[in-house]
Design a protein around this ligand. Structure first.
Ligand SMILES: O=C(CO)[C@@H](O)[C@H](O)COP(=O)(O)O
Ligand SMILES: [Fe+2]
Length: 225
């Protein structure tokens, strides 16, 4: 699917960074489009990372905008507080929200872009009417919870359908993919319609994260046609 003129964005996930040296790790990705911060609570996903106080501090020192991916229960209560921390975008899982439309509106009202995430097994069709309420749709390409997993090709048709719906409705919604993005899989995800790529191990696992970002961006952009 040709997307001439659309920028291919690379958002490195700090889940694969050295948590003891976060400020230095952020400086290593200063050419990224945003930094992706994975918040996990050991309830919505079986893993625990960082919470609001640490995310607030990262936002203060980050050289690039902050993109929070909330993998937490009770997200209707928590997500607005992340928006208040001055983040560029706050993404909640629809499976964890009791009122996704209300929540997306609240995030925007508090000055953050509103992102909504779907687990690999969650269908996109029930939520297509919600597109005008969103700035970003995140299609998980691994089961949320851990970095370093293999890309799930089974998610590609969903990415294609989401891209077609976005184009069909004429809304300005970014399509993000997260999990297992590498120099190889980014081409498939980009061809299917994604335009923001989260990459943890494929950036921080390389000797030069900056070069890894440039290389991934070039591959994704090429696949846009
Ligand atoms: O949200 C998640 C995992 O739940 C991701 O953001 C991962 O952190 C991406 O890591 P890689 O698959 O790129 O190593
Ligand atoms: Fe993530």
């Amino acid at each position: 699917m040709s997307r001439t003129g659309i920028k291919c964005c690379i958002n490195p996930s700090i889940l694969s960074a050295d948590f003891v040296n976060l400020q230095a790790e952020l400086a290593r990705i200063s050419n990224a489009d945003a930094v992706h911060v994975d918040v996990m609570d050991n309830h919505f996903v079986p893993n625990l990372t960082i919470g609001l106080p640490v995310v607030e501090r990262i936002a203060q020192v980050s050289p690039v905008p902050l993109d929070a991916h909330l993998m937490i229960a009770e997200v209707d209560r928590w997500a607005p507080l992340y928006a208040d921390a001055g983040l560029d975008s706050v993404t909640f899982h629809v499976e964890a929200s009791n009122a996704p439309i209300k929540l997306a509106r609240e995030l925007r009202a508090r000055g953050a872009k509103a992102g909504m995430a779907l687990r690999p097994a969650t269908a996109v069709e029930p939520y297509l009417d919600m597109l005008p309420e969103l700035d970003m749709l995140l299609i998980m390409t691994v089961e949320p919870g851990f970095g370093g997993q293999a890309f799930l090709d089974i998610t590609l048709p969903k990415i294609r359908r989401a891209r077609a719906a976005i184009e069909g409705s004429g809304v300005n919604v970014a399509l993000q993919v997260d999990g297992g993005i590498t120099e190889e899989t980014i081409t498939r995800a980009a061809e299917a319609g994604a335009n923001i790529f989260v990459a943890g191990s494929a950036v921080y696992g390389k000797p030069s994260p900056q070069e890894a970002i440039e290389s991934l961006r070039a591959k994704g952009q090429l696949a846009f046609g």
